[in-house]
Design a protein around this ligand. Structure first.
Ligand code: BMA
Length: 313
């Protein structure tokens, strides 16, 4: 049932460096949300230094994007963020929460990689709020609702001891986080056995929170990044109620197989639509942006009817 569960847009890639009016080498790993009647995309670009910045593109249909003349977020020149962003800002995620947009992104520096949280109401002004992890963390996605009065996030700390897994943490104010628990591990000898991490912020459905995640498999020819889905309990998101045993997307198009990093589909954003579909956005080979559509009901069915939790018995 998983053949073509994600239907690629026929005119991928939808955004490349040729579309950016300032010098960049890549356009990838973008967050996307609907803001009024527009789709807003925050995308990562490598500069020729090898360090990354974040640009902004706008669209009326979610497929055709026009890039703003100036980058949206570059490493902080001063403030207490500066020493943690000197090597670049990467892989943004956006959650629409209580009338504003919360942006999380990876802040790279000689001190490691941590996650910074910023907020905007209009995608014109952006305010950095806090560095919400120490190093080394990546892939923080914030739920769009509170649970028992607390904000919740999924994230992925790095460890030299354990395989890189998905954790959950809670916060009263988006700044201070705690009560962390590991909730999902890579599955041995599966497509995601090497490491996993949250991709797009979770999407609320009647059956649970749908979480798109990335999983990595190491081969003799390097690592392959694919996307999968998991379903979390609506009231208690720490409870994973199903994980699709099969991936939903793997590198297949030429611009996903060959690029800055070969064999990568990497998502930071997905937009649920009123007709029951979801637009999933992904970076191809860390070089270009692509989009595809899936039926949310198919993704849920994959989690519940073809779940690895069920097959483990
Ligand atoms: C991960 C991150 C992503 C990137 C992926 C593939 O570790 O660096 O930003 O897309 O590797 O290179």
């Amino acid at each position: 049932m998983t053949a073509n569960i994600v239907r690629r847009y026929a005119h991928n890639p939808i955004l490349t460096k040729a579309d950016v009016p300032y010098p960049v080498e890549t356009v990838h790993n973008a967050a996307v949300v609907k803001h009024g009647d527009k789709y807003i995309m925050l995308f990562r670009s490598h500069l020729r230094t090898g360090r990354s910045i974040i640009g902004l593109a706008r669209s009326s249909d979610g497929f055709h994007f026009a890039v703003d003349p100036k980058p949206f977020l570059v490493p902080a020149p001063d403030s207490h963020f500066a020493p943690y962003e000197e090597f670049g800002v990467e892989d943004p995620r956006i959650t629409s929460l209580e009338g504003e947009y919360i942006i999380t992104y990876s802040a790279y520096s000689r001190n490691g990689v941590r996650i910074a949280l910023a907020r905007t109401k209009d995608f014109c002004e952006v305010e950095r709020v806090s560095l919400i992890t120490e190093s080394d963390y990546r892939n923080v996605v914030i739920f769009p609702e509170k649970f028992d009065g607390l904000y919740a996030r999924l994230d992925r700390p790095h460890s030299e001891i354990a395989p890189w897994s998905i954790w959950i943490s809670y916060s009263p104010d988006l700044r201070f986080w705690g009560e962390s628990q590991l909730i999902m591990r890579p599955e041995p000898y599966h497509w995601d056995e090497m490491k996993i991490g949250p991709a797009a912020p979770p999407i609320k459905t009647d059956s649970g929170w749908l979480s798109i995640y990335h999983g990595v498999f190491r081969t003799m020819d390097g690592s392959v990044y694919r996307l999968g889905v998991a379903l979390h309990d609506l009231q208690d998101p720490a409870k994973v109620i199903g994980v699709g045993d099969a991936w939903i997307l793997q590198p297949e198009d030429p611009w996903e197989i060959i690029g800055y990093v070969h064999n990568v589909v990497f998502s930071c954003g997905a937009v649920p639509e009123p007709d029951g579909t979801v637009k999933i956005y992904w970076g191809g080979a860390d070089t270009v942006m692509c989009v595809g559509e899936a039926n949310i009901s198919d993704l849920i069915a994959l989690c519940l009817e073809h779940s690895r939790l069920a097959t483990q018995g």
